[in-house]
Design a protein around this ligand. Structure first.
Ligand code: GLY
Ligand code: MN
Ligand code: MN
Length: 529
């Protein structure tokens, strides 16, 4: 290398395209002899025909429900691509939740995959519907191919075996096709229905390559391409996202099982955190000790975290989205832990407990804790079939406003605070009390307001109840004794025909039960030592 004239072996290295420079760090043999050797003499990949996944029948019903809403149109649902974390390192892959819901796929299945609903004559589609669905993806390449040993992003040599077309077809009951056929499948016959064309609806902003493919197809087949009304097309696409979100407002039997799995693993994670607390108390970043103890369980028993853990001690517990978790945990602090394990199916729990770091609540901590618990219980009592979703929040915040008034913190009478023109209590409880929960921690986010906040509670809904009180250190509107204390109690609730069931009830909720639970864990550890 001559750095002065930018040449190497006679080549001008300054003109090498940047995307090729990733290969400058290592030597890559490229001789025909090497390629032939690398592509030979591997045992054949095992040929197994897996059983049908338990989710397959449920996912088929979900696809049918979507098919019924969009007869005659092609529906395109991408899983999404790998996303770069830094340079040539990707984030762990997670498919889009709408894709996961309609295919039944979880874990890291499958980057770049796309589920397409092709419209067919009404009644002649899958399960008597109006579409036939096909899953397009990049299947496992043979061990005699260059992809096997040379593709660090998808080759078996680098990342392990991936599914074959036959394997996914057998597991999911969905016909599969190679990703090389995707472009034609998305774009063929696109056009206005009146001239025999097919219109497309796309779940947008999941895979920009697919967005571009659909946009180009629409542009190329439009009557007047230069005056395409993008607003109209966006609205078409948004209707599909809305329908996918609304379909998840109630969970089927299989999904409820997945929620129970996610909650059970999360309960284990909270127990691990209690065990780790003595070490957290001695560490300069005790909150990270807490975060790490929970994360280990999430990876051991599930796929991942459903969202970044909030491990917040002392005043950090008053910061609603404290995910930095860089703080110390001191003996007199409350530790607010908001964490959820995402199961292999990608369903997540979302649970918060507020624990006294040294195992005992102080009087003022207990007083605040019990107010929040009463609010949670009021929310739980309000959660009945046929009642509006928003009524849970009203019930919980009414209790909090009353308590704040009793303590002399509300600057106005309770009735005034509870009115639309008041809401002063929201200074200390600024977030909603409940959200739907499932594949996304904030599930069903594109559902219409009349089905969400103004919707009525129905059997099969899963949502949180999570009131809190957050008194910041710097809050001069309250006496000093309250400052630097944040409390939230969050449970995951399943609506049944008999009323609400607390899926996370295995974690203690009352102050006494929390203290006894922590003491029991430490006694067990001491007995073993
Ligand atoms: N952990 C996010 C939430 O509670 O909504
Ligand atoms: Mn939540
Ligand atoms: Mn939470």
């Amino acid at each position: 290398m001559n750095s002065a004239d930018n040449t190497h072996n006679g080549e001008n290295t300054a003109s090498q395209p940047l995307e090729e420079r990733v290969n400058n760090r290592s030597q890559r043999p490229s001789s025909a002899a090497f390629k032939a050797f690398m592509a030979s003499n591997w045992a054949p990949a095992p040929q197994v025909t897996p059983e049908r996944d338990a989710v397959a029948g449920h996912a088929a019903k979900r696809r049918r429900a979507i098919s019924d809403q969009f007869k005659g149109e092609r529906l395109v649902l991408p899983a999404g691509p790998l996303k770069v974390r830094s340079n040539d390192c990707d984030y762990r892959f997670r498919p889009h939740s709408g894709f996961a819901h309609l295919t039944g796929l979880g874990l890291d299945h499958e980057p770049d995959a796309v589920l397409i609903f092709e419209p067919v004559e009404e009644g002649k589609g899958d399960d008597g519907g109006s579409h036939r669905a096909t899953l397009y993806f990049r299947p496992l390449a043979g061990r005699d191919t260059e992809q096997f040993y040379a593709d660090a992003r998808s080759g078996e040599f680098w990342i392990g075996a991936r599914p074959t077309l036959a394997e996914f077809e057998a597991r999911l009951g969905i016909p599969t096709a190679h990703i090389d056929e995707l472009e034609v499948a998305v774009t063929k016959n696109v056009g206005a229905p009146e001239i025999g064309g097919v219109s497309i609806r796309l779940v947008r902003k999941v895979d920009e390559n697919i967005d571009a493919l659909v946009d180009t197809a629409r542009y190329n087949t439009a009557k007047d391409p230069d005056n395409l009304d993008l607003g109209v097309l966006d609205a078409l696409d948004e209707k599909l996202s809305e329908a996918l979100s609304e379909l998840r407002l109630t969970k089927d039997e299989w999904e409820i099982e997945q929620m129970q799995i996610a909650v059970a693993a999360t309960v284990e994670g909270f127990t691990e955190v209690v065990k780790a607390l003595p070490r957290a108390l001695t560490h300069f970043r005790g909150e990270r000790v807490v975060e790490g103890a929970f994360f280990a369980r999430a990876r051991e028993e599930g796929n991942e975290l459903g969202y970044d853990t909030i491990a917040a001690a002392g005043n950090n517990a008053t910061v609603l989205h404290w995910t930095r978790n860089t703080g110390k945990v001191n003996a007199g602090d409350l530790l607010l832990l908001d964490a959820g394990v995402e199961a292999d199916s990608l369903y997540t729990a979302d649970i918060t407990r507020t624990l006294p770091a040294n195992g005992k609540f102080s009087d003022v901590q207990r007083k605040i804790y019990e107010a929040v618990l009463d609010a949670a219980d009021a929310g739980f009592a309000a959660a009945q079939i046929g009642v509006k979703f928003r009524d849970i929040h009203t019930a919980a915040t009414t209790v909090l406003a009353e308590r704040l008034a009793e303590w002399g913190l509300l600057p106005v009478p309770v009735e005034e605070a509870l009115g639309e023109d008041g809401q002063q209590h929201r200074r200390w409880m600024p977030h909603g009390t409940s959200h739907h929960l499932g594949l996304d921690v904030h599930d069903c986010a594109q559902a219409k307001r009349e089905l969400y906040l103004d919707g009525v509670l129905r059997e099969g809904m899963v949502f949180t109840i999570e009131p809190g009180l957050y008194f910041k250190q710097e809050d001069l509107a309250i006496p000093e004794e309250y400052r630097g204390i944040g409390v939230r109690i969050e449970d995951d609730i399943l609506m049944t025909s008999e009323g609400p069931v607390n899926l996370s009830a295995a974690l203690p909720r009352t102050a006494d039960d929390v203290e006894a639970w922590m003491a029991g864990i430490y006694q067990e550890i001491d007995a073993k030592d």
